[in-house]
Design a protein around this ligand. Sequence first.
Ligand code: OGA
Ligand code: NI
Length: 357
Amino acid sequence: MTGVTIQQKNTDRKQMLEAFDETKTGVKGLLDSGLDKIPEIFVRPSEELSEELTYKYPKIEVPVIDLSAGRIQVVEQVRSASEKWGFFQVVNHGIPSEVLDRAINGVREFNEGDVEEKRKYYSRDDRRNVKFSTNYDLYSSKTANWRDSLRFSFPDQIRSEELPLSCRESTVEYSNHVAVLGNNLLELLSEALGLKPDHLNKLECAKGRRMSMHYYPACPEPELTLGSTKHTDTAFLTILLQNHVNGLQVFYEDQWIKVEPYPGALIANIGNFLQLVSNGKFRSVMHRVVANREGPRISAAYFLSGPYEENKVYGPIEELISEESPAIYREVHLRDYIQKFLSVGLDENLGLDFWKI
Ligand code: OGA
Ligand code: NI
């Protein structure tokens, strides 16, 4: 292509994105308009589509950990899963399944509810604590994802009156429960690193309330797009609730492994900051969501992302550094990192390479 045609293509794409964004009704709005082909802005480049054909989908599963088993056994399973997979599912985690169901239903009701109500929340304004949009990185990514998200980010407690009425109660209820589970998991992860149980909590890994509630509508051409581009999470730990519709995949030993939806289970995955403070012992692993003819897939990601407003500095934990295992990362300013992450596309994969010594 000549310079002029590339420029023209970029202008056309920007206009298409803007026209879509201005509808403020997201991917769900497109689907409701009755389309049978996905718009070009969602179509992945042909190199990516042919690369897909090289994956074999081995029949293995991310570890499932029963949190009601004996402490020593649980800590050992958490250690092994965090080192090898960076991902595990938990059962008997103490959150009643009705709370999980209500949370999923709340997200569904918001997305399938009154369009004008959704438009009120549709925004890309960084100053808003609660916002709804199709892809926070719509204008910075190369390909749009088949997903609408309602996201909130509060430095401390949730201000519930700022949440949409349709999912307010269910979200606050779930978030209160998941915060407790988050603390429990941080204790297990601390022990799994050979540290005192309160070590990660003392680092304030659990501070802040940040959640992304995703709605992945059914997709007429799922092989051409993705629900979520491959990425690692910018947090210490993510706890993910998913409904029964498949889609989440984890990159393990050069293959994509499906994360089976189990009723009542929750998924935990190590984020970039836990990889950093654990000095690479625990892995923050690439994952993605494929699109699906069946829908909607609904999920809620609760991020333990630390006191990001304070720009606290994090580096490898001293107790984990020795002569045999020297620090492999430099220190990182939390807020600077998150701001950088939000300013580029998810497909740029900020990761930790830049901070490697
Ligand atoms: C995320 C994420 C997966 C899902 O929000 O970071 O990876 O299943 N979500 O929605
Ligand atoms: Ni993620």
